[in-house]
Design a protein around this ligand. Sequence first.
Ligand SMILES: Nc1ncnc2c1ncn2[C@@H]1O[C@H](COP(=O)(O)OP(=O)(O)OP(=O)(O)O)[C@@H](O)[C@H]1O
Ligand SMILES: [Mg+2]
Length: 217
Amino acid sequence: MTQEQQSRSASTRETSGAEIVFDHVTKSYPGQKSPAVKDLSFSIPAGELVAFVGPSGCGKTTSLKMINRLVEPTSGEIRINGEDVTKKNPTQLRRDIGYVIQGGGLIPHMSVADNIALVPKLKKWKSDKIAQRTDELLDMVGLDPAIYRDRFPRELSGGQQQRVGVARGLAADPPVVLMDEPFGAVDPITRTHLQDAASQHPVGTEENYCVRYPRYR
Ligand SMILES: Nc1ncnc2c1ncn2[C@@H]1O[C@H](COP(=O)(O)OP(=O)(O)OP(=O)(O)O)[C@@H](O)[C@H]1O
Ligand SMILES: [Mg+2]
């Protein structure tokens, strides 16, 4: 067994999170003089929480989007549990990666509950399990399910929409969660509450860009 295979089997035995490896990754957007991300290499063990911190325009969002293939690397390789993401079907890949963007990115014509249930439905969870999970997540992000479950995104404040976005990113217990400024639109008290809830759950707790590799029960 190679060293890589050993670490892979160790990580699947101890946690259902996922190891992420960047191997000399460069991204040059067409028409740009210098690359947005240049020769980036790192390795994050399964179950770890990592935040990318850096000045505006340094390539944090680009790096996140390359993990779920919203952006393709120009060169280099990104591997999740040893598998090159560019070899995977993007739709399937994204069902296993929670993604939280600034502002929530909710689907406007769907209720809060339906937004949260998006991926669990694609994964064909039973409806009672989805309902239970939705309420649990709404509680976790500090929104009373009885009040907010059936509302539409336009009936929520910006911070509430963002919290529903966090709930949606975690809904199907994905082994990887990417968070791009998940708490930017909430006030400091709510942010602290969310960070506490998140760390128990656990969720990305930094206000900046988080890549979360949770240990699931
Ligand atoms: N679609 C695109 N086409 C061309 N250039 C882009 C594109 N997206 C991002 N860039 C450029 O790539 C660089 C990195 O952008 P990116 O969005 O990754 O930065 P960031 O670190 O997330 O910044 P911020 O903290 O402001 O969100 C920037 O110079 C940006 O202008
Ligand atoms: Mg960004």
